[in-house]
Design a protein around this ligand. Sequence first.
Ligand code: ATP
Ligand code: MG
Ligand code: MG
Ligand code: MG
Length: 473
Amino acid sequence: PRFTVADIRKTFLDFFAARGHAVVESSPLVPGNDPTLMFTNSGMVQFKDVFLGTDKRPYVRAASVQACLRAGGKHNDLENVGYTARHHTFFEMLGNWSFGDYFKRESLKWAYELLTEVYRLPPERLWATVYIEDDEAYDIWTKEIGLPPERVVRIGDNKGARYASDNFWMMADTGPCGPCSEIFYDHGPEVAGGPPGSPDEDGDRYIEIWNNVFMQFDMQPDGSLRPLPAPCVDTGMGLERLAAILQHVHSNYEIDLFDALIRAAARETGTTDLANPSLRVIADHLRATAFLVSDGVIPSNEGRGYVQRRIVRRGIRHGYKLGRKTPFFHKLVPQLVELMGAAYPRLKAEEARIVEVLRAEEERFFETLENGMEILDAALQGGATTLPGDVAFKLHDTYGFPLDLTQDVCRERGVVVDEAGFNAAMERQKAAGRAAGKFRMDRALEYTGAGHPFTGYELLEEPARVVAIYRDG
Ligand code: ATP
Ligand code: MG
Ligand code: MG
Ligand code: MG
């Protein structure tokens, strides 16, 4: 039988509900009152205070399907989209939790049981990693579950940054953390990449599907580890990665849900090659930006709003690359709502507003996109390998090209952006702004006696400008 994403979600929640877990709703992408985190990047975020012991819930076991965004902060996958088969900015995480209740044994055994007996993954394709010092988890895998030792790999905390793997999970630079054990699936020799812990592990052959974190500490700002009131379990499995396996494809972007989005993007951009990476980027960025709007984030020049703007504009630029010269991105929203509205009612309820917000941002950006691209193309003529910082800054300042968008274009052409030069140009403009502000402030003081009271000034970070505020008086 072929599992759709809807079947996979339901099967997961039913499995853990039958084992005493409360099924909890997905929380918003903007975490409530947590300055350490820009976006909800995993299922545990809404339980952070439960781990820390400052919040209590009427249950000690929970399960959810959580909407996640990794486009800023400690976990950032924006630069992977379009390049790997397994990373999105927005994705759904299947998770189960124990708050001081069960620990490693139940967590790993249930994970294995669900994967092999319910989803029926072939056991010989599964690998596991454990934290280098975690003999207990190692023994559970090898002696109790029976995974052959050659497929259980011990991995450190990646402090030496030798490989990408990291078996000490942290939500952010501070907060709940602990050693973890991850389950990998081998897509087979037709896909490039090595097993976890090997030098070429960063391919799409051996894919990490499920992380079981044994939460034990609260990382302090000074890097010290304070024990949690009780050991907890926090797991997360990527829905799209599991769906790819269950639907017998090698890429997240080929699953039922993405296939429909990519076809819609192909239609709107007049693209015939469905394997074009720009279509994958558009489909990914559409999900991220639509969900962000539904959770109240609109494009702006600072903070979360600026991340939202960067993602929308990158998506639009990929449409432009495919030949679109006019707004198209917002037209994909109804298709997304059709696919995901049942699982996420807020998305459906906010559909009209999402279309409006994205359309407005597209209209704004299409006014400068073409001219900006001409400047960029001209600067890259003749085989330059570095884009000068002042060109990148001009694109940013006058044409609304966020730096990472310019870098995205340059990367496709094997060019790097002189980031130091970009920052220097930004600093020069800020200094000029400050000087202008001082001049205006002096004038404001003159005016004070002339019936125009000066009521203060405000520093606007983005774009860098000092604005004196006058009030008619
Ligand atoms: P990877 O090493 O592949 O980047 P991760 O170790 O950063 O994944 P975790 O923080 O352990 O991921 O998150 C738990 C699970 O969420 C992963 O095992 C994976 O299945 C899924 N996941 C993580 N990042 C993404 C992403 N960008 N897109 C889709 N699924 C993801
Ligand atoms: Mg990652
Ligand atoms: Mg990983
Ligand atoms: Mg992981």
